[in-house]
Design a protein around this ligand. Structure first.
Ligand SMILES: Cc1cc2nc3c(=O)[nH]c(=O)nc-3n(C[C@H](O)[C@H](O)[C@H](O)COP(=O)(O)OP(=O)(O)OC[C@H]3O[C@@H](n4cnc5c(N)ncnc54)[C@H](O)[C@@H]3O)c2cc1C
Length: 316
């Protein structure tokens, strides 16, 4: 039996593994796609230590750091979780494994519109993360699709860089908090296209236009260099349900500030986890921070209350 099994080899799971190695916690890490969402990030410009780094390169560095401590990332899909005496059993597409504790770090995925051009232009003008990619659209025309907080705050953020921002929402009212909507409406370069939808994204090599369902000011499409799709995220929490782990109303795993779930011995980290009372913010830095705290909590749990020694205080 292992002391810990980490499910998920994205930024959160890999950071948890690095910390677990330094705490000398005997563990395994599983990741169907090693690197997770980071493998899709074109250019990361907000991870401290790198002014600009392609997502796959950043993730490769994390993979190397996990391996540096002698831990193998098992590229197996976990399909089953159950409680056993003194721990948990996980079932993958290949084998069964047992551990005293678990860290769930299965992440989330951005909700897609499933319209023509969306996949083709991903990273070539299509983005799902305004807070990540806004600076790439300096002095460009962009469209933001959505009507919730992510879309409205995204429009405000993108407007600080872009020449013109269209926010396109299928309803005539936003779901976003009124304070954000008010702030957005004061920004001249943001134009609202309401009760309308984008049905296709077109271009040659890169995004050139967003085709609308209904004409807007006599035009059937908007000439844009970028399209941000901000219509929400889907957490990968199906496995958590098998253990009776509490989810919030959006299906994120509820955790306390120590990343503990309602099931003793099970912790969660990264995009999958929602710290109760905390801000929902999904980034590399928040995922790595969660992973570190989850590993420290596992150490504490395994040593029945011993305070985790800060890793910087001793040489490994
Ligand atoms: C296109 C794009 C650009 C982005 N740009 C930035 C940026 O510039 N800056 C920034 O800070 N953030 C950015 N983000 C957000 C950032 O990538 C995420 O917040 C972060 O990667 C979340 O890490 P995570 O470890 O929680 O989850 P993920 O990266 O989603 O990793 C989840 C892991 O769990 C594994 N997994 C899931 N289910 C199973 C299963 N059943 N069995 C085995 N393994 C499983 C997956 O294979 C994967 O390894 C971007 C995201 C995207 C998609």
């Amino acid at each position: 039996m292992y002391d810990l099994i980490i499910i998920g080899a994205g930024a959160a799971g890999m950071t948890a593994s690095i910390y677990a190695s330094r705490y000398k916690i005997n563990h395994l890490i599983f990741g169907e796609t090693p690197g997770g969402q980071g493998m899709e990030a074109l250019q990361v410009e907000n991870y401290p230590g790198y002014v600009s780094i392609p997502g796959p390169e950043l993730m490769q560095k994390m993979i190397e750091q996990v391996k540096h401590y002698g831990v193998e990332i098992k590229q197996e899909k976990v399909g089953g979780l159950s409680k056993i005496e003194n721990g948990f059993e996980i079932k993958t597409n290949k084998e069964k494994y047992q551990a005293k504790t678990l860290i769930l770090a299965m992440g989330a995925s951005f909700r897609h519109l499933n319209i023509p051009g969306e996949d083709k232009f991903l990273g070539k003008g299509v983005s799902y993360c305004a807070s990540c990619d806004a600076p790439l659209f300096k002095e460009k025309n962009v469209a933001i699709i959505g009507g919730g907080n992510a879309a409205v705050t995204g429009a405000i953020h993108v407007a600080a860089f872009a020449k013109k921002v269209f926010i396109i929402h299928r309803r005539d009212q936003y779901r976003a908090e009124p304070a954000w909507v008010e702030k957005m409406k004061k920004i001249d370069k943001i134009e609202e296209v309401l009760s309308n939808e984008v049905k296709e994204i077109k271009g040659e090599e890169k995004v050139e236009e967003a085709v609308l369902a209904n004409p807007y000011q006599g035009n059937q499409s908007l000439k844009v260099d970028g399209v941000f799709i901000e219509v929400g995220q889907v957490p990968s929490s199906a496995l958590a349900k098998q253990l009776g782990i509490e989810l919030d109303e959006r299906s994120y795993v509820k955790v306390n500030p120590g990343m503990g779930t309602n099931v003793p011995g099970v912790f969660a980290a990264g995009d999958l986890a929602a710290i109760q009372g905390g801000l929902l913010f999904r980034q590399f830095v928040t995922a790595t921070s969660d992973g570190a705290r989850a590993a420290a909590s596992v150490y504490q749990y395994l040593h029945q209350g011993a305070a985790p020694a800060p890793s910087w205080s001793k040489k490994s």
